[in-house]
Every structure is written in structure tokens, then in C-alpha cells.
Design a protein around this ligand. Structure first.
Ligand SMILES: [Zn+2]
Length: 264
């Protein structure tokens, strides 16, 4: 969505770095404008009216003004501060991981309102429960889905045959689950238990509240965490590689800049 010279939006602060003497460079996720990088001028001064409304892991109602290179925040009011998350180091580390993940999956611009809602919903669950692991797996899998990378879980991704019990593999490079006959060409294919496959299918098709009621013991939790980690690493590395490739093309061949600008 193109932005007017001055515009209002709600936003979640997903990254914050110091800029100059008293400013901050913020990465925001917004429902309508996607990911934005903006400057918050003077926010580190004790007298700043913006202070406290633009902390990392804070959802705020903002007014922004378009600048030459960076938009600037001219007004901010915190709407949701996730204070309970910020007060619990263990929960906070999980929340910060989700912010990094969401940041990595979102190109600048390109609004993805369902992914924005997913992040907020998962943060609220992290804040309200002590059992975080399944919420993290839910968010990881649904983020893959909402960004177009959901692995094929229903049948073998190669031969499309129905999966018989036992002997399944999951390959990020193949884009899903493989039967034993199709596994060979995929070096990254790792065994996946029937239980893990069932949980992934359930997470992919149910609401977070329902997913949180699934009873998953520690060994299965570890298997799910490893499977999702492989899928995320493969997806993000491929995306980062393609973005870097397009930037190189744009530098060497200026006519391709339009292509690079629309790349993830
Ligand atoms: Zn197959």
C-alpha cells in the first residue's frame, strides 16, 4: 500500500538499534504497510514524549511522516506492552526469537495481515501460559504457511502416494514428507515419526487455542523442534540467498533494479 506523507498505523516494534546521539532506528511490523524501517528522533532523551511507547516488543498506535530515506515517527502511544513477558527472562527469550523470525520472514513493505495477527496471538499465549513450546512450533509452521512455504504433509511430495504407517522422511529441499521409495535423491531427508507428522498436520489446520491442548511429551517436543528448525533454516537461507543474488544483479545491471526492489 502506498503511504501518504503523514499516516497513522498500529505497529509492533520487532527490532531497535541506536542511531546517532539520541535517535533509534526501528523495524516495525504493521498490518497495512508490512515491515517498515523508521527513525525515532530524540527518543533516547529523558524528555522525549515518544519514550516508553517505542520499546522493543511493544505494540503502539503511531503517526509517521514520510522522509527522504526513512519515515519518521511523530507520535506514539503504547497500546500493548507485554509487561508480563518482559518480566520473565525465559518467556522473553522466546518472544524475542519470534520477533527475529517474523523480521526475517517479512520483506520490507509487502503487508501480510494474517502473519501480523499470528505473531501477536502467539505472543499473548506466551504471556499467559507456562508451556511455550507448542505455541512456538505453531507459530513457526503457520508462518511458513502464510509466507508460502508450508511443507506437503498429506501425502508423499514426490509420488503423491498416500503415506503408509512408518518409514516417513521430511525433506525441506523436497518441500514435504517423502515415502521410503522417494527419499534417495534428497540428502536432507530426515526420519519423521508418525506422531510428529500427526501433530504437524494438526497444527497446520487448527487454531492456536486448540493446538495448545495437544498433549506432547518431551521426546516428541524435541523431534518437532528439530524438524521445524530444519525447515526454517532451509527456507530462510534460500530466501536470503535469492535476495543477495538480486541485489548483486541490480548493482551490475541497473535496469534490473525494479526486479530487485520487488524481491523478498
Ligand atoms: Zn513417494
Amino acid at each position: 500500500m502506498s503511504r501518504p506523507r503523514s499516516f497513522n498505523t498500529e505497529a509492533l516494534v520487532v527490532r531497535s538499534t541506536e542511531l546517532g546521539e539520541a535517535d533509534r532506528l526501528l523495524t516495525l511490523l504493521t498490518p497495512a504497510y508490512g515491515k517498515l524501517q523508521v527513525s525515532a528522533r530524540g527518543v533516547r532523551k529523558a524528555t522525549s514524549k515518544l519514550g516508553g511507547h517505542l520499546d522493543l516488543l511493544t505494540r503502539s498506535s503511531l503517526t509517521l511522516s514520510q522522509g527522504q530515506s526513512l519515515d519518521t515517527i511523530t507520535g506514539a502511544e503504547a497500546v500493548e506492552t507485554f509487561m508480563a513477558l518482559k518480566a520473565d527472562l525465559r518467556a522473553l527469550s522466546k518472544a524475542l526469537y519470534l520477533l527475529e523470525l517474523a523480521d526475517a520472514f517479512h520483506p520490507l513493505g509487502s503487508p501480510n495481515p494474517p502473519a501480523y495477527d499470528l505473531l501477536l496471538e502467539t505472543l499473548r499465549v506466551l504471556e499467559s501460559t507456562a508451556d511455550h513450546e507448542l505455541a512456538l512450533r505453531f507459530c513457526e509452521l503457520r508462518l511458513l504457511d502464510l509466507c508460502g512455504f508450508l511443507p506437503q504433509l498429506a501425502q508423499c511430495v514426490q509420488c503423491q502416494e498416500k503415506l503408509l504407517p512408518g518409514g516417513h522422511f521430511l525433506s525441506p529441499a523436497a518441500g514435504g514428507v517423502l515415502c521410503p521409495a522417494c527419499k534417495a535423491p534428497f540428502a536432507d531427508a530426515a526420519p519423521i515419526s508418525v506422531e510428529a507428522l500427526k501433530v504437524l498436520r494438526y497444527l497446520a489446520t487448527n487454531l492456536l487455542a486448540a493446538a495448545m491442548r495437544v498433549n506432547v511429551g518431551p521426546p516428541l517436543q524435541r523431534e518437532l523442534a528439530a524438524l521445524l528448525s530444519n525447515l526454517l533454516r532451509y527456507t530462510l537461507e534460500r530466501e536470503l540467498r535469492s535476495a543477495a543474488f538480486l541485489r548483486t544483479i541490480a548493482q551490475q545491471w541497473p535496469k534490473a533494479e525494479g526486479l530487485a526492489a520487488s524481491a523478498p
